[in-house]
Design a protein around this ligand. Structure first.
Ligand SMILES: Cc1cc2nc3c(=O)[nH]c(=O)nc-3n(C[C@H](O)[C@H](O)[C@H](O)COP(=O)(O)O)c2cc1C
Length: 194
């Protein structure tokens, strides 16, 4: 083997050793996190609104939520059984997902800490709403996007029951639509509550 060839082979070997060394270094920086508490981030900050069989309307803050199918369009929301809203959604099989703007931060905090069990929260925080087009649950008018859903399934995952909602109708503020009729999310200053 010529001297230059030997040099190249040696360089490649050194490079490989360095790569392995750096990979190991990064592995060593990983530690196990034992306290699982919502470690999948970012979490959305949405308001789920509902209407009970008795006509009561309500909304609660929800972070356990996400898309779960685009064909057919489905979203899921996780509700703890002790929430007042839980029984409303369970009974009626309907809810609305409302995207929350930063300007509603204070109201969001209130709706996410007080219960309809004790007071009419929507009246208390002065949130205007109207009945959905496809469901009886209310759409919150100060929220730029409202997604009407009917429950097609649910699964008790543990602390939460995940309600799978078929998307029946999507409302958006007129000024948010682009030329193709899609929502331009860059125009919404979405709340990042924590
Ligand atoms: C940021 C935030 C996220 C929350 N996420 C959820 C959630 O995913 N599921 C849930 O059941 N409650 C969640 N909560 C708590 C409820 O919103 C809260 O308990 C509310 O008072 C329940 O209202 P209700 O009893 O009128 O239904 C969250 C609260 C906050 C502040």
């Amino acid at each position: 083997m010529e001297f230059t060839q030997l040099l190249t082979v040696t360089n490649v070997k050194i490079m490989k050793i360095l790569v392995i060394y750096y990979e190991r270094m990064f592995e060593m920086n990983k530690v196990e996190v034992k306290d699982f508490k919502s470690c999948l981030k970012p979490m959305p900050d949405i308001l789920v609104s509902c209407k009970g069989e008795n006509g009561e309307v309500n909304a609660l803050a929800v972070g356990y939520a996400g898309n779960c199918s685009y064909d057919p369009p489905m979203v899921m929301v996780g509700i703890v059984p002790s929430r007042y809203s839980y029984h409303m959604i369970k009974e009626t099989g309907e809810f609305v997902v409302n995207l929350v703007p930063e300007s509603l931060r204070e109201k969001y905090g209130y709706l996410g800490s007080k219960s309809r069990r004790d007071e009419d929260k929507l009246v208390k925080v002065d949130v205007s709403y109207k009945e959905g087009l496809k469901v009886k649950a209310p759409i919150l008018l100060d929220c730029p996007v409202n997604i009407e859903c009917t429950v097609v399934d649910s699964i008790m995952t543990g602390s939460h029951e995940m309600f799978i909602g078929k998307v029946e109708y999507i409302h958006a503020d007129e000024n948010l639509l682009d030329d193709n009729g899609n929502i331009d999310y860059s125009k919404i200053n979405l709340l990042k509550f924590r």
